[in-house]
Design a protein around this ligand. Sequence first.
Ligand code: ATP
Length: 271
Amino acid sequence: PTGIRQFILEVPSVSWADIGGNEELKLEIQQAVIWPQKHPEAFERFGIDPPAGILLYGPPGCSKTLIARALANEAKMNFLAVKGPELFSKWVGDSEKAIRELFSRARQVAPTIVFFDEIDAVGASRGSEKSSGVSDRVLAQLLTELDGLEKTSRVILLAATNRPDQLDSALLRPGRLDRAIHVGLPCEATRRAILQMRTRRMRFEDSASSSTIDMLVERTSGYSGAELVAVCRTAAMFAMRENIEATIVKWTHFEAALLAVVSRTEAYLLE
Ligand code: ATP
């Protein structure tokens, strides 16, 4: 079968240490995914089922994908990733089969994290503008697969979306994506952690080297993780443009970068 080969099995190289901040979030997700793997007896003792699936929702660029990959790495689980829209473009006319193959592959190589990005492309409310005959059938197939996951199959679905309001409620029933975790814009501490990580190799002009970071933290409220990374990269580029042999990134470079990288994420939240 041609489809199977197209789901690429990865061993992600991202680790928790690569994710700045988000401490509580990391803990919550670790417990939901790793505990059932490591301590199945504890779940049995209390008679509770581990989640079959977890929904990560929130604005773009705020580490949903990073978290999924770091989790697979830490839990030593295989990682299969698919993007919702891909199912319709790469597997034209065969999207249901692609879903079947995805889960069959996941079971074969278990323990596996299936990361389903942009799940709203598949799980749009039936009858809504976005849904169609095809997408309704694909959604039905996805629900069947989720319901068919044995508690012992050691396959967990991590789904991500920027548009949780558009998901069909059938996906969110118990035994399916029964945990929803909000991955929001980085708070002050998380922004600080990301900025520190991304400027680790940079030198600043200030003597107390914390002040550039302090000013950046203050000026980046509403920026997503991806936008913070862009600010750091852009500032370094400005420093190089001024002098390719520069060893220091000056505040003026950051100031220019903040003007160049305008946060669009907050605007998106208001849409
Ligand atoms: P999308 O909805 O667009 O898929 P996402 O929430 O899955 O977004 P990621 O792909 O995980 O976002 O993050 C995009 C990039 O932003 C990452 O590759 C990384 O460079 C940076 N980033 C975001 N959050 C963090 C963080 N907490 N620590 C370090 N880097 C981050």
